[in-house]
Design a protein around this ligand. Structure first.
Ligand code: URA
Length: 222
């Protein structure tokens, strides 16, 4: 993990507290609460999804529904857990009926995301799906074109590697997309500058020698 000054971590908490009362767009009227983000404030790897859904809005934590379970499984596959990464969304409040984010909502909310990036200072930002990818790449190219292609970029004044991925919710019911997402995920350790860990080889314990006394001839006594 990168060494972030303690003051920066405190500021992330302070910023979350400030954001809890946000009224920058219409979504403040229908939300249960702001879903700021969760995980390690010093993470080298940050995920950015789209917007909270029903469960996230109720619990105040991103990716706690079915898509979140898949995200956790994918993380486990590269020997990471939620506690190792930071997870946030483009929008911090649930759009009604989980509809797509609207452009004015994205513009109203993006200062929160850019401030999070400044404070967390991740090395790699993995965008999940079209909305996060288009916002952070600054390009209109869709996720099908750019998934799995890392791009060095300056975001919020920091050099980062942007790594677009399919959104786990899209992969949940499309096995072919899940395969691609798994393959793209497998490159995360390399992009974070870590050596991918080969699967552990379990060496079997040697069998204990049978406790039978060897005949005297074999012991060379005669
Ligand atoms: N989908 C998202 O994009 N974000 C969440 O937090 C949950 C589902």
């Amino acid at each position: 993990m990168s060494a972030v000054p303690v003051a920066a971590v405190e500021t992330l908490e302070a910023y979350a507290a400030e954001t809890a009362g946000c009224t920058r767009c219409r979504l403040s009227q229908g939300r249960t609460q702001v879903v700021f983000g969760a995980g390690n404030p010093r993470a080298d790897l940050m995920f950015v999804g789209e917007a909270p859904g029903f469960h996230e809005d109720k619990q105040g934590v991103p990716f706690v529904g079915q898509a979140g379970k898949l995200l956790e499984r994918l993380l486990t596959g590269v020997e990471l857990g939620r506690e190792d990464v930071y997870i946030a969304n483009v929008l911090k409040c649930r759009p009604p009926g989980n509809r797509d984010p609207q452009q004015d909502e994205i513009e109203a909310c993006e200062p929160h995301l850019f401030r999070q990036i400044e404070l967390i200072e991740p090395k790699v930002i993995a965008t999940l799906g079209n909305f996060a990818t288009k916002l952070l790449s600054g390009r209109p190219l869709g996720i099908t074109r750019v998934h799995g292609q890392e791009q060095p970029l300056t975001i919020a004044g920091r050099s980062v590697v942007l790594y677009p991925l399919y959104h786990p919710a899209a992969a949940l019911y499309t096995p072919a997309m899940l395969k691609v997402l798994e393959a793209d995920f497998a490159r995360l350790p390399e992009l974070m500058g870590r050596t991918p860990q080969p699967p552990a080889v379990v060496v079997p314990e040697p069998e204990p020698e049978p406790a039978v006394a060897a005949p005297a001839e074999q012991l060379g006594l005669f």
